[in-house]
Design a protein around this ligand. Structure first.
Ligand SMILES: Cc1cc2nc3c(=O)[nH]c(=O)nc-3n(C[C@H](O)[C@H](O)[C@H](O)COP(=O)(O)OP(=O)(O)OC[C@H]3O[C@@H](n4cnc5c(N)ncnc54)[C@H](O)[C@@H]3O)c2cc1C
Length: 393
């Protein structure tokens, strides 16, 4: 991406965030989905930031997109999570693994906001180990019939199409390899439900859905049959970079809020920022920020290099590991930063009325989704030790 177009993208993101902020804050305190997340993203042409221009996107490279997500992350993990579902793990697998017909049918419409996308890997009994999923498909004439339940899916209750992973119903052993499908969500055979019992991210949609003999046209098989696991793992690198970038934004916002409050709130006759123990919190948030920024930038640069040479497995493995490190570190640093910012705010901090309190509630999930802390650590260790040391198969 040229410097000019990167600057223009980030200027549009800035304008989007400023217009969205008051609406997001109101929706948050009222615990309701923010439908302006999509409407305003459409206004500022942000619904397909890294999608190539010929398909209606902005053609952003991984570094530009990561910086955009960092800025969006300051507005809250819920807003940024919408972009993960729509773009990082929604449009990405279609762009990367789809064919010309699939590009034409899904990418321009999703860039215009006419189609909301999601990524359906997790199931009630298959989270950290997606190989244990039980959703199945079978061929029936010119379509596939899908059966199964997908759980905890970002945008899952509002999506028009979901990238879904399933095993063949009629094959066993080495032949039983998962495939990926682009699944349209219309019809009585696809039943979606919003999940409301969550302690944060109220403005974003998290859903589950059940497919019962749900027909999927044969031309909606994504990539080659049996290649679903590779597609899922490739897409999750993009998703994890989104989480890491968004967490950096959370830390930046916590730092800005903490500095402002520490300069204005007075106790014991002076601004609390003049108390050394409050300064300790501020210095630790700044170190969370600086270290996360370095790891996110390194990961985004590695992802951009890998995207530019897709057949290069070494570049992919490097990006995969750098992104895992950035995701683990930034999500833990954001949790620490939000916790310290809340501490600086005192009693007011423990409230949804203040940004720091909302960040604390929302950002905890970043240590869980797109691969938990534990899975990131195991992934990093086996990348260093070698495959024969992998903790699980
Ligand atoms: C708000 C939200 C949005 C989400 N969005 C999506 C989405 O869009 N698409 C999607 O497909 N999924 C999504 N997920 C699902 C998410 O990716 C999973 O929750 C996550 O991968 C963990 O799976 P699990 O919840 O089943 O936990 P489990 O896998 O049951 O893990 C429970 C605990 O055991 C640990 N554990 C498991 N295996 C090991 C091991 N081998 N070694 C050490 N520890 C282990 C885990 O780290 C964790 O601490 C979302 C989840 C949430 C909460």
């Amino acid at each position: 991406m040229t410097t000019d177009s990167r600057e223009q993208l980030l200027a549009d993101v800035e304008a989007y965030c400023q217009e969205l902020r008051p609406i997001e804050e109101l929706c948050y305190v009222e615990h309701r989905y923010n439908d302006q997340t999509v409407a305003l993203a459409k206004k500022y042409d942000l619904l397909g930031m890294p999608v190539p221009r010929q398909f209606g996107g902005r053609g952003a490279d991984a570094v530009s997109y990561a910086r955009a997500l960092t800025r969006i992350g300051r507005e809250g993990t819920g807003v940024r999570t919408f972009f993960s579902g729509q773009t990082s793990i929604g449009q990405y697998p279609i762009t990367r693994y789809g064919n010309g017909d699939q590009h034409a049918r899904y990418l321009p419409a999703s860039c215009k906001g006419e189609k909301i996308l999601a990524f359906g890997l997790t199931e009630p009994d298959a989270g950290s180990n997606p190989l244990e999923l039980t959703t199945t498909y079978r061929r029936s004439g010119n379509k596939f019939l899908l059966n199964g339940v997908k759980y905890l899916i970002s945008n899952g209750g509002i999506a028009d199409a979901v990238v879904v992973f399933a095993y063949p119903e009629d094959r066993q052993g080495a032949e039983r390899r998962m495939s990926a499908f682009i699944v349209d969500t219309e019809g009585a055979t696809f039943e979606a439900e919003d999940l409301h019992a969550k302690p944060g991210m109220f403005t974003a949609n998290t859903g589950m859905f059940q497919m019962t003999e749900h027909p999927v046209p044969a031309e909606n098989l994504l990539g080659e049959e049996g290649n679903g696991f590779r597609i899922a793992m490739g897409s999750l690198v993009s998703g994890r970079l989104s989480v890491a970038s968004g967490c950096l934004g959370v830390i930046e916002d916590c730092l800005a809020e903490a500095l402002s409050y520490a300069r204005t709130r007075k106790q014991h006759g002076k601004e609390i920022g003049k108390h050394q123990l409050v300064q300790e919190h501020i210095s630790m948030i700044e170190m969370d920020r600086a270290a996360s920024e370095a790891l996110v930038e390194r990961a985004a640069a590695a992802k951009a290099e890998s995207d530019a040479a897709l057949a290069d497995q070494k570049l992919f493995a490097r990006a995969d590991m750098f992104v895992a490190e950035a995701k683990f570190f930034a999500s833990n640093a954001a949790w620490d930063a939000a916790d310290r910012a809340v501490q600086i705010y005192g009693g007011r901090g423990w409230s949804e009325l203040y940004r720091v309190g909302r960040h604390l509630q929302d950002v905890r999930v970043c240590r869980i989704y797109e691969g938990t802390d534990e899975i990131m650590k195991l992934k990093i260790a086996s990348a260093l030790l070698g495959k024969e040391y992998a903790a699980f198969g």
